[in-house]
Design a protein around this ligand. Sequence first.
Ligand SMILES: [Zn+2]
Length: 85
Amino acid sequence: MHWTEGELQAFLDGEIREPRSGELERHLIVCEVCSKRFSALAVSLAVTEHALDALERPSRGLDIERSQVSTSLSSAPSRRSRRSR
Ligand SMILES: [Zn+2]
């Protein structure tokens, strides 16, 4: 069983409490699928915050960051096979 994107998002937002948050953390360590999904979400969240910050200083390269996010989001969910071990 995997965590959904909504649950991972809630975890990022601090809305998931013990013991579920502990389960989720442990699952992220062992599950490549969810950890990838989670890091994509974390990146998009960080970029979103950064983007909001950058909106006040319009001279920055927002387009580059946005294209990085959409790349990592679109490649994250369905790709489950590639294992190095
Ligand atoms: Zn999983």
